[in-house]
Design a binder for this molecule. Structure first.
Ligand SMILES: [Zn+2]
Length: 371
């Protein structure tokens, strides 16, 4: 059985590969074309081979007033919602609500709307993920972000732990590790910023040292380097005011969830959805996710949104439930933008062509684990 080492790096765009000279020489080098959406689905597809329709969630949150954990304090939310008027007070209420541990984080969701939503999506790498994945393979050891202290040293510490395992054990088996520092850095410092470029160099060193050690131990082994999506810098902000046009969201009329580059709307009323889509269709920098595209990417259920919109490359919804301020770098734009393409590399000569989807990575890893 060929042993595999999978180095997963969150959010490395294919177009930044030249900043990683060692990784750029892998025998197979493909653009990883993601689906529309965030890491929670893009990562999960790589290791489960399942689309959002198949896995049962798209994005972390969905409209589900019956299952929302906040329905228990629904009567209290309008009062707590007064804090929305002053950001420091709002932050404080969010922090208190997060401490209840009903969800991982309430982010910037307006407090009165919380009882309409439920957090249903967990990435394959998250502690709460409870479905089958390739990480369950009996001979696989996974090194995940939450196994380590959350600080600036985390990737370095994880790299060292994996290197020690490879060097010290007679048979370290199959290994997957996930490095997340570069995604965080691109959100807050920007793609191709100075600290970002330094992290590319660090990640390239991790890849080189781990690959050399692994292939020294298993000359027939395979090393994969894969990222879930790309990233680009934000230049334009889009402000929406659905409340001013359509009134406050409620379970009787409509609900919306906005997060950085994505906007979803739900309503039982066809005429109201038509009105809302007419407004949104007219907003510069915002595009409707078409039914054909939704079918092709496996994002068709109503739970994912009656209407789904995404922002053009370099555009972000500000403010949104993702946060009150713009990010420097973002992802979640349509995969037809080349900036959103991740990487999929292998030391195997013919493993990948020029362009692959998450399913092709899944198939390659699954095949190595089975044989
Ligand atoms: Zn990210």
């Amino acid at each position: 059985m060929p042993r595999t080492l999978t180095i997963f790096i969150d959010g490395v765009p294919f177009d930044q590969l030249e900043g990683m000279p060692f990784a750029n020489q892998f025998r197979s080098r493909a653009r990883l074309v993601p689906i529309l959406g965030y890491s929670v689905n893009c990562q999960t597809m790589l290791f489960t081979g399942k689309t959002p329709d198949e896995i049962g969630f798209w994005c972390e949150w969905e409209y589900d007033p019956e299952a929302s954990p906040f329905r228990r304090i629904k009567a209290l939310l309008p009062l707590l919602g007064l804090a929305d008027l002053w950001y420091p007070a709002k932050r404080m209420v969010h922090r208190v609500l997060d401490r209840l541990r009903w969800v991982s984080s309430t982010k910037n969701i307006p407090i009165p709307y919380l009882a309409m939503f439920n957090q249903t999506g967990n990435s394959v790498f998250d502690r709460g993920f409870d479905k089958e994945s390739l990480l369950d393979h009996p001979e696989m050891t996974s090194f995940l972000h939450w196994h380590f202290a959350n600080n600036h040293e985390r990737d370095e510490v994880m790299f060292q732990a994996v290197l020690d395992k490879i060097k010290n054990e007679d048979d370290p088996g199959h290994i997957t590790l996930m490095l997340a520092g570069i995604d965080h850095c691109s959100h807050w410092e920007g793609v191709a910023s100075e600290p970002y470029n330094a992290l590319l160099v660090d990640n390239d060193r991790y890849i080189r040292e781990l690959t050399e050690a692994y292939l020294a131990k298993f000359p027939d082994g395979r090393v994969f380097v894969v990222s879930d999506h790309g990233m680009s810098n934000i230049e334009h902000h889009i402000a929406l005011d659905l409340e001013a046009r359509f009134g406050r969201p409620s379970t009787k009329r409509y609900a919306y969830f906005s997060e950085g580059t994505l906007l979803r709307v739900w309503s039982e009323s066809g005429p109201l959805l038509t009105e809302i889509s007419a407004y949104l269709d007219g907003i510069h920098g915002l595009q409707r996710f078409s039914d054909e595209d939704r079918a092709a990417q496996g994002i068709t259920t109503r739970a994912s949104g009656d209407l789904i919109y995404y922002t053009d490359d370099h555009h972000q919804l500000v403010p949104s439930f993702w946060g009150p301020k713009p990010s420097v770098g973002m992802h979640g734009h349509h995969p037809s933008n080349r900036s959103q393409h991740g990487i999929c590399l292998s030391t195997g000569e013919h493993d990948f062509g020029e362009e692959v989807g998450a399913m092709e990575f899944y198939a390659a890893l699954a095949e190595s684990l089975e044989s």
